[in-house]
Structures are given as structure tokens and as C-alpha cells.
Design a protein around this ligand. Sequence first.
Ligand SMILES: NC(=O)c1ccc[n+]([C@@H]2O[C@H](COP(=O)([O-])OP(=O)(O)OC[C@H]3O[C@@H](n4cnc5c(N)ncnc54)[C@H](O)[C@@H]3O)[C@@H](O)[C@H]2O)c1
Length: 414
Amino acid sequence: MKFERATVIGAGAMGSGIAQVLSQAGIEVVLKDVKDEFVERGLKNIKRMYDSRVKKGTMTQEDADRLFSKVRGTTSYDELGEPDIVIEAALEEIDVKLEIFKTLDMICPAHTLLASNTSALSISEIAAATKRPEKVLGMHFFNPAQVMKLVEVIPGVKTSEETIKHAMALTKDVMKKTPVRVKECPGFLVNRLLFPYMNEALWALQEGATPQEIDDMMVQFGMPMGPLALFDMTGLDVCAHVNKFLYNEYGPRFESSPLLDKLVAAGCLGQKSGSGFYLHEQGAVPQKGEAKKTNPKLEEIIKELNADGKVRKSSKKVDAHRIILPMFNEAMYALQEEVVTPADVDTGMEFGCGMKGGLLKIAQEKGLEWCLTEINAHHKELGERFRPSWYLKKLVRAKVENFSELEPKQMAVR
Ligand SMILES: NC(=O)c1ccc[n+]([C@@H]2O[C@H](COP(=O)([O-])OP(=O)(O)OC[C@H]3O[C@@H](n4cnc5c(N)ncnc54)[C@H](O)[C@@H]3O)[C@@H](O)[C@H]2O)c1
């Protein structure tokens, strides 16, 4: 399938990034929002992205002008033309998305693929708002979309293999990004794996580790930034909201420390509010290696929370493996459910959140049996957050030491 024309619905942070990527790939793009001012803001953002490429010397002014001219803004569905694909990046509300997809289905040509960039809503439910569910799918980009390489490509229950094949080819060959096919599940792959890890960092804080200790440990382990810095960057309120959703879907593996809600209630939302786990001076750009100041409110809340002595503590000092193992265990659950292949776990974590060497390197370095023994020990001491997946147990019983020993068909995602 040839992709010559595309529409992006929603000219916000994600929509403008996606429109930039599509236009840079030579595709004519219509960017639609609900008000002229939002369309204008989106177009300005895209112009800024091209300007920065020229400034960095990765693109000539002439090419930037030519590619930017491929993007046209509108507020009207009448001006979408005949797109080969529509990528929706509007508000994360199911009713808004259902209405958009119903309309798109009525006005777009029969061959048009309809993709949603939803972070968490059901692709199958969105597809059911159309009469072409076989042509509807999830294409989950990461923020900033014009920079991050990973795109999770998510089939709904009725999405055809052909649609997925075309979306994978568009992502890889045209947009030059890295697609990973992910079976529809709450949080898809990357967010699902990140939250048990971020939650464990909170519990470790409650056991006495400092934010800087935890973050330094995880950066040394191979993460581009520590989990607490990531909370501050993403917004503690946004994280609390996503984690509640995942907890409702998956249960106690996603239990978060009450610390998070307490900080949100105290107005400590991260960088955007000036304080989260750290203090953030408005406008100051943190320098690499610079020690950050811990938010004094954090210590106060931890003292208050620990006063009743109910927090279960590990008998061992917190180390990087303790924080990463819940992520690894969740990856085992995802493999158990055939959500992805082992290779895609690594690709997802490397390209979606910059984890050097991917996640499953722990299995390579330490062995699966060691991972299970550690997870079991933490399960005994710390409870349900560490309940091991039966897939991991099965692999250990089968004496599998490494994922590369498995036949491709045993790793296939259905
Ligand atoms: N921000 C992220 O980190 C991120 C990452 C991956 C996916 N997403 C998902 O991408 C989507 C957009 O997120 P965002 O951060 O760009 O939000 P945003 O608030 O920056 O932009 C949303 C835009 O959609 C517009 N909009 C709302 N209703 C519309 C409609 N009916 N038709 C057309 N436009 C409409 C709004 O006016 C706004 O300009 C959400 O579904 C979000 O969950 C966000």
C-alpha cells in the first residue's frame, strides 16, 4: 500500500509531532483540530521542529521549507481530501474518540486506515464505532513523537493482518521508526512495564533510600534517567492516574505507595509545579551530573506514613535489581499472555524508554533461575507486587537459561 496522503486529528503535543514525522517522510498531511487557534499553534510547533533541524545542520532550509509546506491545517472534516491513513491524537476520552472514528468512517474512502494514538483506551472499542474494524488499529507513539523511535502497533480484535502489515511498513520504511507489534492489553507494552518499576522506587523510598540514590542506581543500571526523575518529568498526577487504571486492570502487582497520592494532594506534581520528588527552579535546566535537591515535603510525608510501622521492609539493602525485577516479572506476564515476543520486549524498552541493551539482558547476565529466586524472595517479604509469573517458573523448570534457546514459533505473538 502506498502512503501519499495522511490526516492527523488533534494538533496538540503528539498530533503536531506525528504530522512533522509524516511530512518529513514526504507525505501530504492535513492537520485537523477543533479551533483555528489550536491548528495555528500546532503548525507553529511543526515549523519550530523543522527550524531546529536546520539549526542543528541536519536539514537544509530549502528542504525544511519544502517539507513543511506539505502540512495544511483545517478545522473542517470537509477538507480532509482522500487520506490513505488517519492518525488520531485528540483528547484521551473514549466518547471523543468514538465520535471522531464514527465520523471518519463516514467520510473517508474505503481504503483509508484509521489509527488511534491512544495511551490506554481500547482499540477494539474504538474500532467498533466504525463499519471497517478490520482497518482500525492502535499506533502508539512516544513523546516527543518527532524524536522517539518506538511505535507500538496494536491490532484490535477485528483488525486484519493486512492492516497491521501496512502499518508496520509505514512505520519502518516510510517514517523510519521502530515498530513493535503489541497485542491489545491495558498499558500496551512500555507503560505496562514501566509502572511496576516506578512503583517499586516509591516503596524503596519509604524504606529509607533517597531519591538521588535510587535514580543514580538506575542510571548506572542502564536507564536514561532514574524513576523518580521520570515521575517529576511526566507529572505525578498523570502517573497516579495511569497507575490507578493499571491497578484496576491487573490488581496488586501494580500497588502503588500512598506516597504518590499524598504528594499529589500536597500540590507536588513534578517539574510543572516546581516540586515533586525534587525541587525544580522555574526555567532552570538541570546540568548533567548535578546533584538535585530533594523536596523537604517528601521526608515529612514518609515520616508520617511510616509512623504506624505497617510498611513491609526487605531484609536486604535496596539495590537496582530490587527496582527492576517487578518490570522484568511484568515482562514475563506479557510473554505469558503472548502480548509480545522476547525480542520485542528489548526493542520496546530500548527504543520506547532508552533502556540500554533492553530489559531481558538481566536474564542473560544473571540467568532466569536467579531472577525467579530473587522474585520469590521478594514475594515472601514484600507481598503481591512480586508474585512471579508462571511462564517464568515454566522456563526455569524447563532449564531454559536464555530466550534465544526458544524456537521462533514458541515466541510468536498471536
Ligand atoms: N502526551 C503524551 O506523552 C502522549 C504519549 C502517547 C500518547 N498520547 C495520547 O495522544 C493523544 C493526544 O495527547 P496530547 O498529549 O497530544 O494532548 P494535547 O492536549 O496536547 O492535544 C490534544 C489536541 O486534540 C484536540 N482535540 C480535542 N478534541 C478534538 C476533536 N474532536 N477533533 C480534533 N481535535 C481535537 C485539542 O484541541 C488539542 O489540541 C491522547 O490520546 C494521549 O493519551 C499522549
